[in-house]
Ligand binder design. Structure first.
Ligand code: OGA
Ligand code: NI
Length: 318
């Protein structure tokens, strides 16, 4: 895949004040951005910037620990959670220049506590508190998204079940002198919604909109909201889950913290009934365990959403 790169475009990345989503105008803005771009920067989320800085701080403190301390959280081969870099799946694979700490946060009883850092000592409580706050941001957004499409506000939340999962991915991008290596290769997120806390100084995240990569500018008090593939499936393609990637930086370290929601295990997720009709036929098959499917497609260089697409029957084609 070759895409035009256009990083010189002025920083016009969309920003939404999510405290205003009770107003019809702001809801319309939300649905128009999600239908075209699938990603925006959220302000008005109510999380104090001091607390966002605290989250950044514990993440950096963990990453700054000596290797033998970080190894205590090491991801076992073929496991999803823990600390490490890309799984090696083929000989010619070009690994991303990134170390990740991946942790399941909710449901709490499924936490793999042996993989949670003991240092810094307030890591666990900080991540717990942050994930609670992000859960409430995501739930509020999910309801607003449903309302913006004239759906009952729990239409998306209900599909995820009473006890949905939340995960955290802490990304550490060391300086990398090889520009052909990515911090993270282009991918689609596996979630319903992913909320990303960016580095305060160093940019690097790019989102593909209409065939052009757009750099997401740094706004220290904002949260980047990015729709995962499941939201594109549930909205029957009305909202987009964008491909995104992270450029490597030759001289600077960058970090980010992503918190994302996922359905209860074994839940089958498909387009919401009200978004399937004669003029808008069903676009996607329903799917269980999209996370695994999405990862498998990514490894094969395929787009998971294209793979889930139901071919148009001639009546609807053209
Ligand atoms: C992710 C991701 C981007 C970033 O965690 O899925 O896309 O800027 N992160 O680190
Ligand atoms: Ni991502």
């Amino acid at each position: 895949m070759v895409y035009e790169t256009d990083s010189d475009v002025p920083a016009t990345f969309p920003v939404i004040d999510i405290s205003l989503l009770s107003s019809e105008d702001e809801l319309q803005k939300l649905s128009s951005i999600l239908s075209s771009c699938g990603c925006f920067q959220a302000i008005g989320h109510g999380i104090p910037v001091e607390f966002l800085d605290k989250v950044r701080e514990v993440a950096q403190q963990f990453f700054a620990l000596p290797d033998e301390e970080k190894q205590k959280c090491l991801r076992a081969p073929n496991e999803a959670e823990g600390y490490g870099d890309d799984l090696v799946v083929s000989d010619d694979q070009l690994k991303d220049c990134c170390k990740r700490l991946i942790l399941g946060v909710f449901p709490e009883h499924q936490r793999r506590m042996n993989l949670w850092p003991e240092q810094p000592t307030d890591f666990g409580e900080t991540l717990h508190e942050y994930a609670l706050k992000i859960r409430s941001v995501i739930n509020g957004l999910s309801k607003a998204m449903a309302r913006s499409l004239k759906l009952e506000e729990n239409s998306f939340l209900n599909q995820f079940g009473d006890c949905p999962a939340m995960g955290a991915r802490l990304n550490f991008y060391p300086p990398c002198p090889r520009p052909e290596v990515f911090g993270a290769k282009a991918h689609l997120d596996r979630s319903g919604v992913a909320v990303l806390l960016q580095d305060k100084e160093v940019e690097g995240l790019q989102v593909l909109v209409d065939g052009t990569w757009h750099m997401v500018p740094v706004i220290p008090h904002a949260l980047v909201v990015n729709l995962g593939g499941l939201m594109q499936v549930m909205t029957n393609g009305m909202f987009k889950s964008p491909l995104h990637r992270v450029l490597s930086n030759a001289t600077k370290f960058r970090m980010s913290v992503t918190v994302f929601d996922e359905p209860e295990e074994e839940r089958e997720i498909g387009p919401v009934d009200h978004l399937v009709n004669h003029t808008r036929p069903r676009l996607y098959r329903s799917i269980r365990n999209f996370a695994a499917f999405n990862y498998e497609c990514f490894q094969k260089g395929k787009n998971s959403l294209e793979e889930l697409r139901i071919p148009l029957i001639p009546e609807f084609a053209g």
